[in-house]
Design a protein around this ligand. Structure first.
Ligand SMILES: NC(=O)c1ccc[n+]([C@@H]2O[C@H](COP(=O)([O-])OP(=O)(O)OC[C@H]3O[C@@H](n4cnc5c(N)ncnc54)[C@H](OP(=O)(O)O)[C@@H]3O)[C@@H](O)[C@H]2O)c1
Length: 275
């Protein structure tokens, strides 16, 4: 038996990037890892050579989330650690974002986390133990232009996790969130620009420059193994901190944020992202 939460780990969005790095790293540490992807075979969970098992799950579908979690519970009897990592980014000015696009961002990055938590908690409460780690972003803390819905979704994840942590105290279950900074993954290539953010938009040239800066930083960012190590360290702790920021430069940024007036923070961000 590994750690305080058992050795069965569920990681959403484990087909690529941070989720895949977490899954492979935790499998190497001896956890029994179930990773999810919308592209995994529908039938039964598929065991891979790297020690993890892939399960199909679309975090935007109640039925898909339930089916995936039920199938793992049938095999293992419990899920000790959940890493809610699946996510994507939609970029564009607030004015250029349709309600449908805003909802898609929230549905994947926020309601998806909520769906998984709701399905897994009854099992964790029965066992009287568990750890839920939600993948946030340092972006949750900063007013990055043209990333509004992404920033809002991550801020919502952080707010929900804080409340959840307090609700779960009587049940011996812990909740925490992780804030990576720019990381080199498939996220950059999967980013969706809103339909109205093309050449006809009043924001076009500002948005284009700003997103290019963000993408350059992501492409030059560290390997996702840095996040996987931080997640695995969190999973080894009996009393994990509520929030872990990944990387020294981002820890310093988050610390400085507390000291700097909001107006200055906003000005610096707009210069950084050329908005
Ligand atoms: N990369 C960064 O700079 C960075 C920084 C801070 C935070 N993050 C966060 O880290 C997490 C992982 O992102 P990443 O950078 O590793 O990106 P990635 O390489 O694009 O991986 C995203 C993962 O999410 C899954 N996914 C997307 N939509 C899904 C849905 N509707 N249902 C189920 N799975 C879905 C994808 O799986 P399938 O397509 O196979 O279903 C994929 O495995 C995200 O929450 C992201 O916001 C990333």
């Amino acid at each position: 038996m590994k750690g305080y939460y058992g050795n069965v780990v569920l990681i959403t969005g484990a087909s690529s990037g941070i989720g895949k790095a977490c899954a492979e790293y935790m499998a190497r540490l001896g956890y029994r890892v179930y990773g999810t992807s919308r592209r995994a075979p529908e039938s039964s969970p598929e065991a891979l050579e790297n020690g993890m098992t892939m399960v199909r799950m679309d975090v935007c579908s109640d039925g898909s989330v339930k089916a995936a979690i039920d199938s793992i519970i049938r095999r293992e009897g419990e899920i000790g650690i959940v890493i809610n990592n699946a996510g994507m980014g939609i970029a564009g000015a607030v004015e250029d974002t349709s309600p449908q696009e805003a909802f898609l961002q929230m549905d994947t990055n926020f309601f998806g986390v909520h769906r998984v938590i709701r399905q897994v908690l009854p099992h964790m409460r029965k066992k009287g133990r568990g750890l839920i780690i939600n993948m946030s972003s340092v972006g949750a803390l900063f007013p990055i232009p043209y990333q509004s819905m992404y920033v809002a979704a991550k801020a919502a994840v952080e707010g929900m996790t804080g409340s959840l942590r307090n609700e779960l105290r009587p049940f011996g279950i812990k909740a925490a969130y992780v804030e990576p900074g720019d990381t080199k993954t498939g996220f950059t290539g999967s980013r969706i620009m809103t339909k109205e953010s093309g050449e006809g938009s009043a924001y076009y040239r500002y948005c284009k420059k700003s997103v290019a800066v963000m993408e350059r930083d992501e492409i030059n960012g560290p390997d996702p193994i840095t996040v996987a190590r931080a997640v695995a360290r969190l999973a080894e702790r009996k009393n994990p901190p509520v929030c872990v920021t990944v990387g020294l430069q981002y820890k310093i940024l988050v610390f400085l944020k507390r000291l700097v007036p909001k107006a200055l923070e906003s000005f610096v961000l707009s210069k950084m992202y050329k908005g």
